[in-house]
Design a protein around this ligand. Structure first.
Ligand code: TMP
Length: 206
């Protein structure tokens, strides 16, 4: 297997972008060739799909449509960006990936994680080498988001939906060794140090 595939997960407002920026700079300085991407999005087509998914006016969207749109956006991103980068031995850091679908559509929407992972088999060529989960209570995540720009269709979901997301992430992290849970209320420097030490402990990077 070539390249290194790292994903960052967590509820809205958990600070994924900050950690991705820190990690990108750190790995670039170490000489790694890095690509940062995000889901849903990261390609022209996937960004268009993102707009449809997150549009507040699309209240009627069924849960299955939502799942399929996320999978479609992911299929395009994998083909166009992630797979070619890994084939070229680059490091790919993705802000969200298949575990977001497992938690948001599988658990919070209730479609089931088995179905979600199965459907994603058609879109993805390889699972991440490691996934960091920034764990944050739903109420705190919403509070942090409210300080930001206008909320999207998913962020506007009720508190119980966001609580299911948080619980879903926690149970996924317990089931899968690939997913490393980190307390997102810690100072950002402490979170980052933990990320680096896990990458070294697991021999994902030097
Ligand atoms: P973002 O705000 O982190 O860019 O993500 C957009 C929203 O989409 C966020 O609320 C999480 C949600 N999402 C899913 O529901 N399923 C998925 O597969 C992905 C990638 C994101």
């Amino acid at each position: 297997m070539s390249g290194i595939f790292i994903t960052m997960e967590g509820p809205d407002g958990s600070g994924k972008s900050t950690q991705i920026e820190l990690l990108k700079d750190y790995l670039s300085e170490k000489g790694y060739d890095i690509i940062v991407t995000r889901e849903p999005g990261g390609t022209q087509i996937s960004e268009k799909i993102r707009q449809i998914i997150l549009d507040k006016e699309n209240e009627k969207m069924s849960d299955m449509t939502e799942l399929m749109l996320y999978v479609a956006a992911r299929a395009q991103l994998v083909d166009e960006v992630i797979k070619p980068a890994l084939d070229k031995n680059q490091v790919v850091i993705s802000d969200r990936f298949v575990d977001s679908s497992a938690v948001y559509q599988g658990i919070a929407r209730g479609l089931g994680t088995k179905l979600v992972y199965e459907m994603n088999q058609y879109a993805i060529s390889r699972m991440p080498d490691i996934t960091f989960l920034l764990d944050l209570d739903a109420k705190e995540g919403i509070k942090r988001k409210k300080h930001q720009a206008a909320l999207d269709r998913l962020e506007l979901e009720k508190l119980s939906f966001h609580e299911k997301v948080v619980e879903g992430y926690r149970s996924l992290a317990q089931e899968q060794d690939r997913i490393v849970l980190i307390d997102a209320t810690l100072p950002k420097e402490t979170i980052f140090e933990r990320i680096i030490s896990v990458l070294q402990e697991r021999k994902i990077m030097k």
